[in-house]
Design a protein around this ligand. Sequence first.
Ligand code: ADP
Ligand code: MG
Length: 603
Amino acid sequence: MSDIIQLLPDSVANQIAAGEVIQRPASVVKELVENSIDAGASSIIVRVKDAGKTYIQIIDNGRGMSDTDTRLCFERHATSKISDANDLFAIRTMGFRGEALASIAAVAEVSVKSKNAENELGTHVRISGSRIESQEKEGTPTGTNITVKNLFFNVPARRKFLKTDQTELRHIITEFNHAALAYPDIEFQLIHNNAQIFNLQAGKLKSRISGIFGKQIIQNLINLETETSIVRISGFIGKPEYAKKTYGEQFLFVNQRFMRHPYFNKAIMKAYEEILPRDHFPSYFLFFETDPASIDINIHPTKTEIKFEDERSIWQILQAATREAIGKHNLSPSLDFSREGVIDIPTLTKDQDISIPRENINPAFNPFENESRSPGQGDPGRKDAHRDWQKLYDSRNNSDLSPGLDFDASENKKPVAETRYLQLKGKYILTPVKSGLMVIDQRRAHIRILYEQNLATLRRDSVNAQNTLFPETIELNPSDYKLCLDLVDEIGKLGFEIRDFGQNCVIVHSIPANTAIHDIKSVIETFLEQYKNFESEMKLDQHEKIARSTAVASAINYGKQLDNKEMQEIVDQLFACSNPNTTPGGKVILNIVKLEDFEKHLA
Ligand code: ADP
Ligand code: MG
């Protein structure tokens, strides 16, 4: 048999390799900005069009390149940053693998103009799909100006995978922010379709943070500083009382490189553990300085996953430093965030018979018989569910199932229907049913109700009633701001009237009438956070995603006190739902404590 192995041409090898480093326009922005940082630039301008899909330009005033280097930089493994394997243990630059430009040039049309200080004239090289198209001398300022057009023009499969402009732009903003936060002493600009999104002056970290996230954030920050033999940690953490229901602003950097590090994130969260309500997340902007030899940044092509020699010790140091910083500002440790509802149990009079009437039990009744229906599946069970609910109560009128609850003995001894419900711990609605005591999770029930209402509204393309508010301005981070503006039309149908106010701010004029009006900002933030969580779930359509996330955002919270009428309403609406048993996310909403169980306990 003849030989069948052949070496792939460079252009093909580059294209394959590009898949690892360049996934989307944001990857190009990341790599090019990092190159500008490594070139010692003090000003970096990022200009994109159509979320980078058609056009990305990075202009820096760094040291630039010689004629030969401007041509050579597109070769695979062409780098000026390391020259032998030992250098891998002393990396101080953002790049070092020498594959970014080769990868980008393999999958786009690239034009680079560069000049270093020694030369009068610069060099202009054009390369497309790894093929050099032209190279000529050209007048250009010292520094590098690189343009990447029509990304993935020759890899249609990749181009197809790109998300909407909004999503891709958000990824770009994320990468841009990482670089801008890590290098506050560099001036950064981001321009999209000729509109300036960021114009960040060189300065200190604090003003960089406020330049990106808005002035408000400054008052939330606590300084953190600690130095040990293995790591120096500095930066800011958020005051606990400003923690939000969104992950939002959580950033870890090591030697000025952004890193994803769930393990260290846990250390920080642990320090906040006892002082934050559940589902709240503190902001943090923390910078580690450590000996490059003690970390491995080469474990992932995008270099955001970083391995530390001594992770456990750093975990301890980080956790202790966070605790200490919180403590120093005298904000810990006993802030009480619990807002428990008052337990309102009607009192019994001595002569009331509280024995349980066995004859009313219908052991055959199964309130969960619709359970097999999967959440969110149309309406088929709606009627049944409602009938079952009636069934649960069938014998209520002539029963004394719940004497303490059904009769107000202190008054005129006639049944008082409104006292059918009891709220427990601001969390559960209790109500007697034939087979025992039904326990309903109030928040989950409300999520199910809102979800079905919202979904129906969106599908019918009708409009929900609104609560008009005193207009409230909310400042969001740039990517949430973009997302919010993308969704205003859809959520407008649900009754959220939101308008652009510029400068990362939106104005909320109204919210849906069925929304528990608490903190509007947190409603919007929770909605956006939820929506982002669902964004990658292919099986959910846009209406599902919006219905689910608005439901979670607007549902009543635990701790919300409910009167009888409100509990009645929730219960009635819940049982009008197609699936009252679980939330759209699959959490159990209700259960029944059986009479037999009571009997066991009281035997
Ligand atoms: P790496 O950054 O890993 O070295 P790249 O492919 O990103 O690999 O870049 C290759 C080389 O091109 C760099 O090592 C650097 O010498 C040069 N280079 C790239 N971008 C710039 C720039 N903006 N200014 C000066 N030199 C640059
Ligand atoms: Mg590079």
